[in-house]
Write a protein that binds this ligand. Structure first.
Ligand code: NAD
Ligand code: SER
Length: 340
């Protein structure tokens, strides 16, 4: 017994030393950690790589779970010197840059949104380049496509004529990411996220937000007024899939990441009447009505479904969640949250 516990002690010591060595190789900065994706991404990165190795940052305070589980620092991505100080202080080796103004909100403040989306990206790419960081993740969006893009099974390479400030900034961002990879060797990795559906944080002012809001109203008041028409199909994805894709592409061998602009990923395609029907299977009194607003025009210019075969082939991406699984989890988790 005595010898076993000594050897266990030694094993435990070496295991924790090994973990420390492994963790200390990676110090991650998440910019935009208070947002819809940043909240879940920070928590998952902390679970995988250690709480102290994942530095959350944002211009606003994050959720309590992000705040209480590891380091948080305020940063404005437009302040490059501030960004450099954080990178030096925490010996950052890689960045997930999520700070942006989303499609709906960007239309209300075009120039300011362009500055945040583009200058922010330049600051991050330049810091990664100048400080020789290992790699950087930056998300693009289905908003890079436009009215002339084929709308079903939209290919990786196709016509792109975005007509929103947000979409134009994402398309330009993709070109710059590729440029920084080609010209400076910056290891940029990127996904064109579909609309993301989650319960940890609110959606951030996009055109796909109806598919998050609907769960809150369904549980609270048994009805929802959709700002998109009943048959407006869009590609959507459950957050757990999006987080797995994000960490998946960042952890993939460098040689497997062949596209350095941004990869299509598909998720689930559905329209408001279809998700409403699925919710009705759980809440029979639930009713949906439709009152399209300015976001209808944006949605009409985006794809209805996406071809993600390049991501499947190159770095073996595969989504797990269908509409039913996603609705089951959303209804359960949103109800828990509301009852708290
Ligand atoms: P969000 O609006 O929920 O979060 C963005 C975060 O960035 C916010 O917490 C905000 O405070 C922060 N931020 C804004 N300006 C900043 C600044 N100047 N400096 C530092 N932080 C700043 O957005 P999200 O849904 O989490 O999106 C994250 C990224 O993913 C964005 O690039 C977005 O375009 C992209 N994306 C999101 C979706 C989606 O459905 N959520 C889909 C496609 C792409
Ligand atoms: N969900 C995002 C938006 O609607 C898509 O990039 O803006």
């Amino acid at each position: 017994m005595y010898y076993i516990s000594i050897s266990q002690g030694i094993n435990n010591y070496f295991r924790s030393e090994l973990l420390n060595t492994f963790y200390s190789m990676k110090n991650i900065l998440v910019i935009g950690a208070a947002g819809q994706i940043g909240t879940d991404l920070t928590m998952e990165l902390r679970r995988r790589f250690g709480n102290d190795n994942v530095i959350a940052s944002d211009i606003k305070s994050p959720s309590e779970m992000v705040l209480n589980s590891g380091p948080f620092t305020k940063v404005d991505v437009l302040d490059k010197v501030g960004l450099e100080k954080i990178v030096a202080k925490y010996k950052i080796t890689e960045i997930y840059h999520l700070a942006a103004i989303l499609s709906g909100n960007a239309e209300k403040a075009p120039r300011r949104s362009w500055d945040i989306n583009m200058e922010g990206l330049f600051n991050v790419l330049d810091v990664v380049k100048e400080k020789n960081l290992d790699k950087v993740f930056w998300p693009s969006s289905i908003a890079v496509f436009g009215p002339s893009t084929p709308r079903t099974n939209t290919p990786q390479d196709t016509v792109m004529d975005p007509n929103t400030v947000y979409g134009i900034s994402k398309q330009a961002g993709e070109r710059w990411c590729e440029y920084y990879f080609e010209k400076y060797g910056v290891d940029v990795r990127s996904l064109r996220y579909p609309g993301l559906i989650s319960y940890s944080a609110d959606a951030g002012g996009g055109t796909t937000d109806y598919a998050v809001e609907i769960f809150y109203d369904a549980i609270k008041i048994k009805k929802y007024e959709s700002f998109l028409k009943e048959d407006t199909a869009l590609p959507m994805m459950f957050m757990e899939d999006a987080i797995n894709a994000t960490i998946g592409i960042m952890e993939a061998d460098k040689d497997l990441v062949k596209i350095r602009s941004s990869y299509n990923i598909a998720g689930i395609s559905f329209d408001p009447q279809t998700i409403a029907k699925e919710i009705k299977n759980h809440i029979s009194e639930f009713e949906i009505t439709y009152k399209p607003d300015f976001r209808q025009k944006i949605a009409d210019s985006w794809p209805q479904s996406i071809d993600e075969s390049k991501a499947n082939e190159d770095w073996r991406w595969e989504a797990k969640f269908g509409l039913k699984e996603m609705c089951d989890i959303m209804l359960r988790e949103v109800e828990k949250k509301i009852k708290k």
